[in-house]
Design a binder for this molecule. Sequence first.
Ligand code: SF4
Length: 325
Amino acid sequence: MDDAEKVFTQIPEFLEYLGTGCAEAIANAATPDKLDLSPKFPFLCSKHYADLIKKASEPEALLREILPTRDELANVPGFVDDPVGDLPAGKADCVIQKYDRRALIVSTATCGARCRFCFRKNYPFQSNPDVAKQVSDWLDTHSDIWEVILSGGDPLTLSPGKFRDLVEAIAMHGSVTTLRIHTRLPVMRPDLVMQHFELLRELSARFECVLVSHVDHPDELDEESQVVFGQLKFSGWTLLNQSVLLKGVNDNAKTLESLSRRLFMQGVLPYYLHQLDHANGVAHFEASDETALSLIAEIRKRLPGYLVPKLVREIAGEKSKTPIF
Ligand code: SF4
């Protein structure tokens, strides 16, 4: 196995790899009695992300994103299995349509690593669906769709063959002018993004191409993400980022300011700062709206307007994201 392909599925092996240099950060992120060694939402972390933790200025922030704790077992009123209303908006096994003339494809259940705050951690993913065929069949009868959003899981974890089949199936439908990919792979598995590069370059000749990265902390950005974003930008992709406001990870103005600036240095514009989706098992990550608003007010003073993300929340059944003022 190539070193870049290494993933950790066992927490003790992962912690051993991080080594004594991260001992304090590990203790800060989860004391031994808080660690959950066999979580319901299984642990997964790429070697790349483990290496980011090792060299991070705030390693405990990145660790909190990835390390399962017993806090996830808490039953908190208002936190549910389908917080953003994916299931009622399902149109075919892998097609979700919440918004007018735009459709979202749940292209795979696989991710480069598993974020503990994941909004789809309880989603009933189908096993081995023929996504390209399902999407093509659905688009055949929905010629009003102009934007297709590839989501998951992480769409760029698809094998090059399956990913090509999927985008070629979409490309056959002339009404679709914009292809948007939501991914966390530039910071979780940049090697997997690179394996799609020839196709990603070709796509910008057929679609308006938008990549929305999910980066939550400036320490997640390194030279490898810079290469990925640089090549995409050079190939004509529009690059945006959305983050989730996460208690103990990025809920301070200094981190958010640094995140916006580092994204911009890599060619990416901050787009949304999401309030946490209320999925079961994530309540310990919640920052209040009051905190969120004061953080936005503070970074507005420190940054030009184009680097201040919009503060939003997703409300199940609403026809757009809801701005928080
Ligand atoms: S990459 Fe996205 S879908 Fe995958 S675990 Fe993280 S938040 Fe969930």
